[in-house]
Design a protein around this ligand. Structure first.
Ligand SMILES: [Zn+2]
Ligand SMILES: [Zn+2]
Length: 237
């Protein structure tokens, strides 16, 4: 019997569920089912959740913002999601979790009976130094899989992050906006003209990073910029 490479890896490095520690995968079916998939969508920017159709930015926010809409699969308040996304960011060997996180997004889209259309899927980039240190960009891992599912080409070398920034986590709403201002660059603006872009990230909190990327792409000529994230967090400042 010839074993596949994947099977050999499974034998050498068995996987255990990060939640219940059962052997088999990093997130077992039972634990996955504990994660509630959102059935509604909200304006990406309103602090008090405002339900909008297909996650469109509400009329008030649209006056100030570039991002047109957002699909968000689950709430970051779910403890298992918090754990999964934290591990995914900081434990490179669990890169495989991207499969489950993308699965949550796909489940969300299926509940809504939506299949977003766009010209390109673009992951929110991280700085090259961070990429080197971590070995992968978690947004790219999700974007790769989603690009296949949605049958939309992936562009991962056009939108780049030119400056390293302190993590957004401990910053206030306003500091987050300042922190990401001018740190992204669109290398080939001509590609963006009149295009619809789908930005991908793991988590959205204030939306500052995704909005900054949407602004760069709109300035380059994109006609519509939407986003898909796994989870949405909340901050109170
Ligand atoms: Zn489990
Ligand atoms: Zn709003």
């Amino acid at each position: 019997m010839i074993l596949s490479y994947a099977t050999i890896l499974d034998i050498l490095f068995p996987k255990f569920c990060i939640h219940c520690e059962r052997e088999g995968s990093y997130l077992c079916e039972d634990c996955l089912s504990l994660i509630n998939i959102l059935e509604e969508q909200y304006c990406p920017f309103c602090q008090i959740p405002k339900i909008t159709r297909n996650g469109k930015t509400c009329n008030n926010c649209a006056k100030l913002k570039n991002l047109d809409s957002l699909f968000c699969a689950v709430s970051y308040e779910n403890l298992l999601i918090k754990k999964t996304i934290k591990l995914f960011k900081y434990e490179p060997f669990i890169k495989e979790l991207s499969k489950h996180l993308t699965g949550l997004i796909i489940a969300h889209l299926q509940i809504l009976k939506e299949k977003p259309q766009a010209d390109f899927v673009i992951p929110i980039p991280c700085h090259k130094h961070k990429l080197k240190k971590r070995g992968f960009n978690q947004a790219t891992e999700i974007a790769l899989k989603l690009s296949k599912f949605l049958e939309i080409p992936l562009l991962d070398d056009v939108l780049i992050k030119t400056k390293q920034t302190p993590p957004q986590m401990r910053l206030t709403r306003q500091e987050r906006e300042e922190n990401v201002k001018g740190v992204f660059l669109c290398k080939k603006p001509e590609i963006m003209v009149d295009k619809k872009i789908l930005l991908i990230d793991d988590i959205l909190t204030t939306g500052a990073t995704i909005e900054e990327c949407a602004k760069i792409l709109k300035n380059a000529g994109a006609k519509e910029v939407c986003a898909i994230v796994v989870a949405r967090g909340i901050i109170n400042n």
